[in-house]
Design a protein around this ligand. Structure first.
Ligand SMILES: *[C@@H]1O[C@H](CO)[C@@H](O)[C@H](O)[C@H]1NC(C)=O
Ligand SMILES: *[C@@H]1O[C@H](CO)[C@@H](O)[C@H](O)[C@H]1NC(C)=O
Ligand SMILES: *[C@@H]1O[C@H](CO)[C@@H](O)[C@H](O)[C@H]1NC(C)=O
Ligand SMILES: *[C@@H]1O[C@H](CO)[C@@H](O)[C@H](O)[C@H]1NC(C)=O
Ligand SMILES: *[C@@H]1O[C@H](CO)[C@@H](O)[C@H](O)[C@H]1NC(C)=O
Ligand SMILES: *[C@@H]1O[C@H](CO)[C@@H](O)[C@H](O)[C@H]1NC(C)=O
Length: 361
């Protein structure tokens, strides 16, 4: 869904093996952390105890595209409001040929290390202190992991960046096929990358991918050249879940069709977070008004109660609050799936986000 050549604007975000890991969380159901009285940030407070649903917030751009005003992700954990978000995917990151990593905004790749961006990493820490997991959003340069002889060098650069900023996870949004890129990452290389990350960062590290819906349904359209079914078979135990872009086809979430298609293709609902577009300026053809998405969400969560959660792309000016209040969407999302979750157990009430209780892979 390459609507534009801009890395940011073309970014379509994006259990069985986990049952053993989840069981202690769901059955023990006695979270021990307490609500913080901190003024600077709220603290995720679990309700229901199950902590099984994720409310995933993409924050792909750290500066609003037209104004370049700062985008304040820390507003999602402001202590004056309940915290609904459980996971943030922060920044649009790329690996460069020279083994440096850049973030992208205003159609430009820049170094994350510049002093003028320090505020963003400070806000990231605020979000983490509130118990919310923050993943790197890796969106470009996957091709550099293809060649075994240079893999270590690129992987080392990725690992040290993840360590430097103390990310809790990584979202692999692989869209390097069909955009005139000659060497999309291969299945072998993706598996190698995922297994290496899991080995080095451990069981709690959140490793997600962001396939488009049709790739999950096996119906042709895809932006990664490999099969996600095959990936799940071979590396599923090291993948936390999939933030699936249900906004690849026009007006997609006006119906449940592509969610149904993914299920019919054999996916377990607990492997899937339903991804939605949260801002009209992403593209009028894929934008669906929130009330219509709400209806679809309620329908699919009633039909497949084990669905893992909802993700929203992109934070900076998203509905219903718009640029002044983008932090309203996580509450909106939690409300849609709570409404069908029985007595609230396992639904993303404020907030199931505590990092310590983040779903363990
Ligand atoms: C939290 O939100 C309140 C009300 O919108 C605002 O006045 C306050 O400055 C915010 N706190 C932080 C730390 O951003
Ligand atoms: C590496 O490449 C990026 C992107 O081309 C460039 O902006 C950066 O200056 C380079 N860094 C070094 C150390 O060469
Ligand atoms: C965004 O980048 C373009 C160059 O690509 C520049 O002309 C423009 O001034 C930048 N926008 C802002 C608000 O700085
Ligand atoms: C690359 O390395 C992996 C193991 O890390 C191996 O399975 C694969 O066969 C290698 N590929 C090539 C082309 O040598
Ligand atoms: C990906 O999409 C292309 C073009 O529609 C198709 O030819 C290919 O078979 C698809 N690959 C997978 C693994 O689904
Ligand atoms: C309500 O929650 C309890 C656990 O707290 C669970 O055992 C019960 O099955 C739930 N009821 C419904 C209708 O979901």
């Amino acid at each position: 869904m390459a609507k534009s050549t801009s890395l940011y604007s073309s970014w379509l975000t994006g259990l069985l093996v986990f049952l053993a890991a989840i069981a202690p969380l769901t059955s023990a159901a006695t979270p021990t952390y307490t609500t913080s009285a901190s003024r600077s940030s709220g603290t995720a407070t679990p309700i229901g105890g199950a902590n099984s649903k994720r409310i995933v917030q993409y924050c792909g751009t750290l500066y609003a595209p037209s104004s370049l005003n700062k985008v304040h992700i820390a507003d999602t954990v402001n202590s004056t409001r309940p915290v609904y978000v459980t996971d943030v995917i922060y920044g649009t990151w790329s690996m460069q040929q020279n083994k440096t990593m850049t973030i992208s905004f205003n159609d430009t790749n820049v170094s994350p290390n510049l002093p003028r961006h320090a505020w963003a990493w400070s806000e990231m820490k605020t979000v983490q202190r509130a118990g919310v997991s923050v993943s790197m959003g890796l969106r470009g340069g996957f091709t550099y992991f293809n060649d075994n002889s240079t893999f270590e060098g690129y992987y080392g650069a990725l690992r040290s960046t993840l360590q430097k900023y103390k990310f809790d996870g990584i979202d692999l949004d692989i869209e390097d096929y069909g955009e005139g890129r000659p060497n999309p990452i291969t299945l072998e290389a993706v598996i190698r990358l995922i297994q290496r990350l899991r080995k080095d960062f451990g069981r709690d590290f959140v490793i997600t991918l962001a396939p488009v819906s049709t790739a999950m349904a096996g119906s042709g359209g895809n932006m990664s050249k490999f099969s996600y079914t095959e990936l799940e078979k071979r590396a599923g135990k090291d993948i936390s879940w999939y933030n699936v872009q249900f906004y690849y086809l026009p007006d997609e979430l006006e119906s449940t069709d592509t969610v149904d298609a993914a299920m019919q293709h054999g996916w377990q609902p607990q492997r899937i977070v339903i991804g939605m577009v949260t801002e009209p300026d992403f593209g009028q053809d894929v934008w669906v008004e929130l009330p219509k998405v709400a209806k679809t969400l309620r329908t699919v969560f009633a039909k497949y109660p084990a669905l893992k959660g909802v993700d929203g792309f992109d934070y900076y000016d998203q509905k219903p609050g718009g640029y002044p209040a983008p932090w309203e969407w996580p509450a909106w999302a939690a409300q849609q799936i709570s409404a069908v979750g029985g007595n609230g157990t396992g639904s993303a009430s404020p907030s199931s986000g505590a990092r310590k209780l983040v779903f363990k892979a």
